[in-house]
Design a protein around this ligand. Structure first.
Ligand SMILES: [Zn+2]
Length: 93
């Protein structure tokens, strides 16, 4: 299949990921490769798909920073509670 224009790729990626084209453009603008004229939409999709929440396994929001490990504060808190509960568990003693 012939590769489309950047706009087509962005629209495709947006539809695939269920995000707005504007979000994809914003995310792409942060990638240095994009400015070199390379089409990196596929790479972006891959990188987004690889990133999932450490608690529920849902994909992280596209706007999540590189260091973010959970999809939201609730998952972050539950993951912390689960970790603490494991440490307190008598079965582990
Ligand atoms: Zn989550």
């Amino acid at each position: 299949m012939e590769r489309g224009t950047k706009t087509e790729q962005v629209e495709e990626a947006a539809a695939y990921l269920g995000l707005s084209g504007r979000t994809i453009w914003r995310r792409l603008a942060a990638l240095p490769e994009w400015h070199d004229g390379e089409y990196v939409v596929d790479d972006l999709v891959d990188s987004i798909e690889e990133r999932t929440c450490g608690y529920c396994g849902n994909p992280l929001p596209i706007t999540a920073s590189a260091r973010r490990a959970y999809c939201d504060d609730i998952c972050r808190q539950y993951a912390r509670r689960r970790r603490l509960a494991r440490q307190d568990s008598p079965a582990a003693a």
